[in-house]
Design a protein around this ligand. Structure first.
Ligand SMILES: Nc1ncnc2c1ncn2[C@@H]1O[C@H](COP(=O)(O)OP(=O)(O)OP(=O)(O)O)[C@@H](O)[C@H]1O
Ligand SMILES: [Mg+2]
Length: 121
């Protein structure tokens, strides 16, 4: 199991969500974040040139997936989040030690894939 963490442009979020939906990836968490990708903005002041670290608004997407879904999930994000301009973001893949579904107490593989509630099965 892996935790896929993606930092993307807010403008690309709906395309990314659509691509994930088509890849059948349905359990995810989204946060608004501020980040910095290394670009430096040069600012003149009365003492000479200083460098300002400007933060940009980004969206952080966290997705816990079974190993089978790692590749399709990453492909979906890379395809939908890319504009080709600097600042498109990052995708990181982290190991997950344990996952528990709180409602049922299921663990790991059984807990990572979203399931329909009993009345929809
Ligand atoms: N090393 C990092 N660790 C954590 N978050 C990062 C890292 N690099 C970038 N980010 C996050 O991703 C956002 C976008 O980064 P950005 O796309 O500018 O990365 P980059 O490596 O500079 O690539 P590019 O050359 O395309 O600009 C940042 O605002 C920040 O939130
Ligand atoms: Mg950058």
């Amino acid at each position: 199991m892996k935790l896929i963490v993606a930092i993307v442009r807010p403008e690309q979020l709906s395309d990314v969500l659509e691509a994930l939906f088509h890849a059948e990836v349905k359990g995810l968490t989204i946060s608004r974040v501020h980040g910095h990708g290394g670009e430096m903005e040069h600012v003149e002041n009365y003492r000479g040139t200083t460098v300002k670290m400007a933060l940009a608004e980004k969206v952080r997407i966290e997705i816990g997936v079974s190993n089978h879904f790692v590749e399709p999930t990453v492909r979906a994000i890379l395809g939908a989040a890319r504009t080709g301009e600097v600042g498109d973001g990052k995708v990181m893949v982290l190991p997950i030690e344990k996952i528990y579904r709180i409602r049922t107490g299921e663990e790991d593989q059984a807990a990572v894939t979203p399931v329909a509630p009993p009345d929809e099965e």
